[in-house]
Ligand binder design. Sequence first.
Ligand code: NAG
Length: 303
Amino acid sequence: MEEANQSAVSEFIFQGLCNSRKLQTLFLLPFSILYLMTVVGNLLVVLLIINDHRLHSPMYFLLANLSFVDFCLSSVTTPKLTTDFLKDNKTISFGGCMSQILCVHFFGGGEMVLLVTMAYDRYVAICKPLHYSSIMNRQKCIWLVLISWTIGFLHAMSQLAMILDLPFCGPKVVDSFFCDIPLVIKLACMDTQTLGTVINADSGVLATTCFILLMISYTYILLSVRLHSKDGASKALSTCTSHITVVVLFFGPCIFIYLWPLSITWVDKFLAVFYTVITPLLNPAIYTLRNQEIKNAMKRLIN
Ligand SMILES: *[C@@H]1O[C@H](CO)[C@@H](O)[C@H](O)[C@H]1NC(C)=O
């Protein structure tokens, strides 16, 4: 009896991006276009790489995986956000909310580890060019991808396991446009301060570890490029600049949200939009516009 009473909440209500109806109607078109561009851009990168045998190398396989993850990540939140602009009552079922949490952490965690494997791939290519093909063979590449997905999955399951049993009985308004753990656990009918710290630490450890590993690889790469500055170095540097831009765009908002002591809601929302809607679109743009081989593959596809 008591259990039935405790899980009284069967749905949550999103506050949304803003309160003004007019503004929301205005947002509808640009957000739909952004999402469409994200889907087309990322799937195009995946198709190009899979279909063009000249792009069958670890670097491009990892890039295709990154594009695929970006496509999934933005599909978890953006379609719901966009269709919600039309609704006054932005509800999401309890199951829907938990699935959103699971998927955001699965794809988000997977993407972080994938970025590390991409940095490792560039490290081997630039710092140990003679051994590249023996170190980064097809087998190793598949393993690295599998490891990324597995870590993402374990991370997401651990997060979900911690909140699935929380009693939700009262308030159900989430002040955001998707189920973000810190906002959802605030609604539980018990003191969740310690649990909140543990949950944040779980994400924090993963993000910080990945970030430090990324810093180490790119520092090595940049130092090594500076030492042997020949023709190849500038090409290598240009690839790495794309990588580093993506890393900053991905980790910047996360670090800001989780480590910033003051919580200013509109900044949080702006950053949340940034990393769920904008970053997945920027990744394919950054890689394709700067990468001659992808541009060539695109030309071959069009002809
Ligand atoms: C991800 O990487 C693996 C391993 O190299 C590759 O076989 C696969 O095609 C990639 N997946 C996508 C969607 O690009």
